[in-house]
Write a protein that binds this ligand. Structure first.
Ligand code: PAF
Length: 277
């Protein structure tokens, strides 16, 4: 496996590759990332994982500075998983000058995560476009754990006619159901035990929807109140359409329950798709 830090070296390495798959990451890899690698591996002759903690997608007061950076351990895991190239540029390589040209996703960037993290999806879309231009993959894999991010990037590729197939990957969970995330590292022992409540409440909403309950607002506020009563600060729990995360009408069939809440200083997100067809 080659570990490459510059775009020039990357282009030379990939020059002859006909089918390249990219798994973009911010490092601190866990089994969820390895699942993305395993999904990508059989689909391309050359598998590239990028590792870059993208300052542009963090708001003021967010965890950019303390985001765990574990390059050596990440490379060991990627080599074992069969990755061919790790592209780990530094900030100067990705942003050699102030990034004045950016990608502004559609109105989806202002709802849910976007409402609580203004500018986040502009930062994500901009760096992913740059990574796409640097790596020039035919395939890119994104986890559905970041459901809104996946939709933003799927639409970016569609609307800008980029010749890249976006493949979504299912969320990987710990045995108790907690969605794997690099931010789970911030949880202390007590918080880790409590963290499962987020999954528990969105699972309850899914069950209620499957039983035919259609009072979305009541289901959402019941779950928010229950989490807040346990000491969480809930940003949102919302039942939305899978296709665009807009509010569904009572007949919608392809739904997703999305949630974000803070436990202590850690902000967790999760979601569950609900197919009622
Ligand atoms: O999902 C992530 O880890 C990041 O948002 C991404 C897609 C690598 C862009 O920085």
């Amino acid at each position: 496996m080659d570990v490459i830090h510059s775009v020039t070296e990357l282009r030379a390495r990939l020059y002859d590759e006909r089918q390249v798959a990219l798994v973009p990451t911010m490092g601190n890899l866990h089994d969820g990332h390895i699942n993305l690698i395993q999904l990508a591996k059989p689909r391309a002759a050359c598998l590239v994982a990028s590792i870059f903690v993208n300052r542009l997608q963090f708001g003021p007061g967010e965890d950019f500075a303390r985001y765990p950076r574990t390059l050596a351990a990440d490379c060991a895991r990627l080599a074992q998983a069969g990755c061919n190239v790790v592209f780990a540029p530094d900030e100067e390589e990705v942003y050699p000058e102030p990034q004045e040209y950016t990608v502004d996703p559609s109105s989806i960037q202002n709802i849910l995560e976007g409402a609580f993290r203004p500018g986040h999806f502009r930062g994500v879309a901009t760096v992913v476009l740059k990574l796409f231009n640097m790596v020039q993959p035919q395939i890119a894999i994104f986890g559905k754990k970041d459901y809104q991010q996946y939709l933003v990037l799927r639409e970016m590729v569609k609307q800008l006619a980029m010749p890249i197939e976006i493949i979504p990957a299912e969320t990987v969970r710990a045995p108790d159901g907690l969605a794997l995330s690099s931010r789970n590292r911030y949880l202390n022992h007590m918080e880790r035990v409590e963290a499962i409540a987020l999954y528990h409440h969105i699972s309850q909403i899914r069950q209620a929807l499957q039983r035919g309950q259609r009072d979305f607002a009541a289901l959402e506020s019941e779950a928010v109140n229950a989490l807040d009563a346990r000491g969480w600060q809930t940003d949102y729990i919302a039942i939305r359409r899978q296709s665009d995360l807009l509010e569904p009408d009572a007949h919608a069939r392809a739904l997703v329950v999305v949630a974000a809440a803070r436990l202590g200083t850690t902000r967790l997100i999760d979601n569950l798709e609900v197919d009622l067809s």
